[in-house]
Design a protein around this ligand. Structure first.
Ligand SMILES: N[C@@H](Cc1c[nH]c[nH+]1)C(=O)O
Length: 405
């Protein structure tokens, strides 16, 4: 029998020192930004009833959720998405609060990807949701905030891809095929898999919609994309979606972000709750998407509250790759209590040093000799011995000359 007692499950990992620091820096930078804009923090549990997502099962693939049962045999999941629990919370405990609600969170989510062993299944996500308010103004606020978040973390080395799911939905609505094939088509477009897309569309009835879908993954770039898109398909609400997206795009250009924003009409996200604009953020040199978000106007309705909302989430681990940390600092002083009786005094002494802003470590060795040897190994330059008096030992870098003086 094989024991898995020295490793972590596929897709999870331990984080050490500098990595923890990078994470903290990212979350602090984002938190400061969100708080300064009036967003308030909420926390939802790591465990949720499956029904919270089951009701919205169509929003997230069931196979990617980690499931377990509680003591009453009810089905639970490890939270696979932050937006759905926030919708649950808004419709229950936050019901009746003045709208709009501006919420932010820092949460781990769990999504299994059986086909990709190396992909993280535990993702630390920081995000916001803006619930209620006029769609137009909320969309402008949140898209700009997404760009600002990416900018703050990467120092300008980012790009934001924009789409409106209404365009894709309009085309799909005009395609004469069953739901299963439609889902397959959506996946192929998401993966920009032209070959299989052409194959599968070859089987559907040839019409304007099928032609447009074939071209969809290529509708990617700057302003010129709009012209092509209008030409390709403008029925069934497609024109209105493009008009709306174009206005958002122009607004971002007016903010000076034209070199950061890309239109990608092939952005057909995994989470099916989107009903309006959707967007994704990338950092230069990081292959995977760091930010994802969009407008979802029907999700809250699933929980009995009809409110439109928009939000985004940022993958903190990927964002951490953009953060440089200072080389790790060792404590300035190692304090050693000469004997058991001196320990209370050494505590007072450490507190006094901490008050002066010093970083202080307590020696848990029984002898001064071991304490000095440890300090040398760790590179701590000062050892203070607390007895009747305080004795200070200075350990020069790489020398132990003054050890016994
Ligand atoms: N929950 C979405 C991001 C999002 C937040 N709000 C709207 N969308 C995701 O994980 O991709």
């Amino acid at each position: 029998m094989r024991y898995y007692d020295k490793i972590t499950p596929d897709g999870t990992r331990d984080l050490l020192f500098a990595e923890c620091e990078q994470r903290s820096q990212v979350t602090k930078a984002l938190k400061d930004l969100f708080v300064s804009q009036g967003y308030r923090r909420v926390m939802t549990p790591a465990l949720e009833f499956y029904d919270v997502f089951g009701k919205a099962a169509k929003y997230l693939p069931k196979e990617t959720m980690y499931k377990l049962t509680d003591s009453k045999g009810r089905l639970l999941v490890l939270c696979p998405d932050c937006t759905v629990p926030v919708a649950r919370l808004t419709a229950t405990r936050l019901k009746g609060m003045p709208l709009p609600l501006r919420l932010y969170y820092n949460h781990n989510i769990y999504r299994g990807f059986p086909e990709r062993k190396s992909k993280s299944v535990e993702i630390n996500q920081v995000g916001i949701e803006l619930i209620g308010g006029s769609s137009w103004r909320s969309d402008l606020e949140v898209v700009e905030l997404a760009a600002r978040s990416l900018d703050k973390i990467s120092g300008g080395k980012y790009r934001l891809e924009l789409c409106h799911i209404g365009y894709f939905k309009a085309i799909m609505g005009s395609l004469d095929t069953d739901e299963e094939t439609k889902e397959e088509i959506r996946l192929l477009i998401e993966q920009k898999n032209y070959a299989s897309l052409t194959d599968i569309l070859g089987k559907a009835q040839e019409n304007k919609a099928a032609r447009a879908l074939r071209k969809l993954p290529g509708l990617f770039g700057g302003e010129e994309v709009f012209e092509k898109a209008y030409e390709l398909f403008d029925e069934n609400g497609a024109k209105e979606s493009l008009d709306y997206l174009k206005e958002i795009y122009e607004y971002l250009c007016r903010l000076g972000l034209s070199d950061k924003v890309i239109i990608d009409l092939g952005l057909v996200n995994l989470a099916e709750y989107y009903t309006g604009i959707i967007f994704r953020g990338y950092f230069d040199g990081v292959g995977e998407q760091v930010l994802s978000g969009g407008r979802y106007d029907t999700l809250l309705g699933q929980f009995g509250e009809n409110q439109g909302s928009i939000g985004f989430g940022i993958n903190v681990d990927l964002a951490s790759q953009m953060v440089k940390t200072e080389p790790e600092k060792v404590p300035e002083i190692l304090v050693f209590a000469k004997d058991i009786q001196a320990i209370p005094n050494s505590v007072h002494y450490r507190k006094a040093l901490e008050k002066q802003g010093k970083t202080v470590e307590n020696s848990v060795f029984d002898t001064l000799e071991e304490t000095l040897s440890y300090a040398r190994k760790k590179g701590i330059l000062k050892v203070h011995l607390v007895g009747e008096e305080i004795m200070e030992y200075e350990l020069g870098k790489g020398t132990d000359a003054d050890e016994d003086n």
